[in-house]
Design a protein around this ligand. Structure first.
Ligand code: PLP
Length: 426
């Protein structure tokens, strides 16, 4: 068992037309992952190394040479983060919590810390902010997110500027879209939307002791995180595509104007944009210097419905079959690994292997047991495993201490998760 090597494999790439077992023979693909983990007790989380490498390459190709800042919430495993950052074209982390960012930035005898960690969300965790400010190495490596002068006050309340080094801050600019008829599209993040609002806050930051404005971030959630290809609802998909096109044009124009103003106010080191679903678009905008992405590595089900790319379904979790309540129904132990976000059928795990099994509408994926129905269930003995895919990328890692990286029916490596390292940030 060795270190995790995510170097892209050109022969698996789409351009090279290499073999993609997850598409050509999904039954065999999942059976091989199952075989790799035979000796391990369920629930077991696993990722296929070839699929991870395929996804590593796909993200790079879609970023068109612009550095990818790795969204840690979508990986939640430090060795996997390190493995991705070791690949040319990946640089820096987009973290989700100040304590997490601090932990990732610190160097230890075992591993060098990450020199560039951007916290994507503002924080009111005064303890974590104080700890960061008390650690000069980490404070120089971590950038905090700001979209309101009141957040500067919170930081000052944690440690006054006289007792800390200057802290690096980034301005979050609202990238949502007000669509005709559809209304608000995107996520409720920053109140800073206009040129005037951005300039006022940048000037405020510049005038405050103890802060340096070093970057700008825009997250186009309504593009990056919304699939534009629904096989079941082609009409809705066409509306999504039209909305995304209009939203992108609006964002590029507004972001460009805001940046022209901000560059007169501060020396910006970076402009971060996008996510897994909007790499190409952000790659094409010269204003963006690095693009965030993470979900595209594990390839969860929420990323199955995009017209311009299809990640390999690299990660799955296996549950043990423990009961047979009816001849065509089996029950697995555990399974309620429900994804965050608006509750609905798209957020539950999808049984993928053996094929032909379905969740029951009235029970879904349960806290401690998950019944599955289908003719195939008749031939699955108790003790066997059923494999599921999660709807989101990082969240399965909150359920296990480590996961298996499988290759050709064997275990290539084991990746400890944040949880496995005793880290539960949110
Ligand atoms: C600020 C920000 N950038 C980028 C992303 C996209 O991350 P991913 O590509 O892992 O879906 C997210 C996800 O929520 C985000 O909050």
């Amino acid at each position: 068992m060795g270190a995790i090597d995510l170097s892209p494999v050109p022969s698996l790439g789409e351009r090279a037309g290499g073999e993609r077992r997850w598409e050509t023979d999904p039954e065999a693909y999942w059976a091989t992952i199952d075989a790799a983990t035979t000796g391990l007790d369920a629930p077991v989380l696993a990722a296929d190394l070839d699929a991870l490498r395929f996804n590593t390459e796909q993200l790079l190709r879609r970023a068109g040479g612009k550095p990818i800042r790795v969204a840690s919430k979508s990986l939640r495993s430090r060795p996997v983060l390190d493995a991705l950052l070791a690949v040319d074209g990946y640089a820096g982390v987009l973290a989700y919590d100040v304590a997490e960012a601090h932990w990732l930035a610190v160097s230890t005898p075992e591993r060098p810390g990450c020199p560039d960690v951007l916290v994507a969300y503002p924080s009111a965790d005064l303890g974590a902010i104080a700890a960061l400010a008390a650690d000069p190495e980490a404070a120089a490596r971590v950038t905090l997110m700001i979209d309101d002068a009141a957040q500067l006050d919170l930081i000052d309340a944690a440690v006054p500027p006289s007792r800390r080094p200057d802290l690096r801050v980034c301005l979050d600019i609202d990238a949502s879209y007000r669509a005709p008829a559809l209304g608000f599209m995107g996520v409720r993040r920053s109140p800073v939307r206009t040129r005037a609002e951005a300039s006022v806050l940048a000037v405020t930051i510049g005038g405050r002791r103890g802060f340096t404005l070093v970057g700008v971030m825009t997250y186009d959630a309504q593009i990056a995180g919304v699939g534009d290809r629904s096989l079941h609802r082609p009409g809705a998909a066409a509306i999504v595509r039209a909305m995304q096109g209009a939203s992108w044009d609006e964002l590029v124009a507004r972001r460009g104007e805001i940046l022209t103003d901000l560059r007169r106010i501060a020396d910006l080191e970076f402009v971060n944009g996008g996510g897994t679903g909007s790499l190409e678009r952000n790659a094409a905008d010269p204003n963006v210097t690095d693009i965030a992405a993470g979900s595209g590595l594990y390839g969860p089900t929420l990323f199955d419905d995009y017209s311009h790319f299809t990640p390999a379904p690299a990660m799955g979790f296996g549950l043990a079959v423990t009961r047979r309540p009816a001849p065509d129904t089996i029950t697995c132990h555990g399974g309620g690994w429900i994804a965050s976000g608006p509750a609905g059928s798209g957020r539950v795990p999808t049984p993928v292997w053996p094929a032909g099994l379905h969740l029951l509408g009235r029970e879904g994926a349960g806290e401690v047991q998950t019944p599955l129905h289908g003719d195939r269930a008749r031939r699955i003995p108790l003790g066997d495993r059923v494999w599921f895919r999660h709807a989101k990328a990082g969240e399965p890692c909150e359920h296990v201490n480590e996961f298996v990286i499988a290759k050709d029916g064997g275990v290539e490596a084991t990746a400890v998760t944040y949880r496995g390292e005793g880290k539960a940030f949110l």
